[in-house]
Write a protein that binds this ligand. Structure first.
Ligand code: C5P
Length: 221
């Protein structure tokens, strides 16, 4: 079974996707982490964020892997655990540039389809319902106001122990910029699939969102 959860930055996708995967005993796949890891590799190898060939070579050399360790999803580049390093504001500021590169997208989409072909998945991202898994059993498009998404991101930084000097307004601006770039790129932009169910999470609790999605999954069975 394939559950696709798309939406703009910090709409709560990964939080609810993880819970749903756990409840259904499915595998959670965070596709944003794969683009973040590619961006991290570009930085680590001192490559330009538009150097498609160089970044692809670094991906082939270092091998990006998503691993589940004690119920927690970890991201590795080779042997190095980069789960925290890929969440910094610097990576967030450049990831849209890397994720717009055709060769990088082709590589990631192929890896994502391979994973979804082998197991039951809850996959979150921007183009899962439109491009990666167009025949997904359930497609959800999560949205929330820019302000509440900025608040969530700030809380997320605190919880992860990531220090930032950014104000709430600056975080909101960064999120809006990233959404603009992700929605306006040429290849598989952030877009609601025609058959996706839109859920506005602005004034919903996590439990409410999880239950709404679970009931959609039940309906589809
Ligand atoms: O989900 P997250 O905010 O971690 O995603 C980081 C970035 O990765 C997005 O802003 C977008 O540029 C890219 N992305 C993408 N397609 C996906 C998932 C993420 O282009 N399926």
């Amino acid at each position: 079974m394939q559950i696709a959860i798309d939406g703009p930055a910090s709409a709560g996708k990964s939080t609810v996707a993880k819970i749903i995967a756990q409840k259904l005993n499915f595998t959670y796949i965070d596709t944003g982490a794969m683009y973040r890891a590619s961006t991290w590799l570009a930085r680590e190898h001192k490559l330009s964020y538009s150097d498609e060939k160089g970044i692809l070579a670094a991906i082939d050399k270092e091998k990006i892997e998503l691993k589940n360790e004690n119920g927690q999803q970890k991201v590795f580049a080779g042997d190095k655990d980069i789960s925290q390093d890929i969440r910094t504001p610097d990576i967030s500021a450049h990831v849209s540039q890397v994720s717009a590169l055709a060769g990088i997208r082709a590589k990631m989409v192929s890896l994502q389809r391979q994973m979804a072909g082998q197991m039951n998945v809850v996959m979150d991202g921007r183009d899962i319902g439109t491009t990666v898994l167009p025949a997904a059993d359930v497609k959800i498009f999560l949205v929330a106001s820019a302000h509440s998404r900025a608040q969530r991101r700030m809380l997320d930084f605190k919880e992860r122990g990531i220090k930032t000097n950014q104000s709430l307004e600056e975080i909101e601006q960064d999120i809006a910029e990233r959404d603009y770039k992700d929605s306006h790129r040429k290849i598989s932009p952030l877009k609601k699939a025609l058959d996706a169910i839109e859920i506005d999470t602005t004034s919903m609790t996590i439990d409410q969102v999880v239950n709404a999605i679970l009931s959609e999954i039940k309906k589809s069975q």
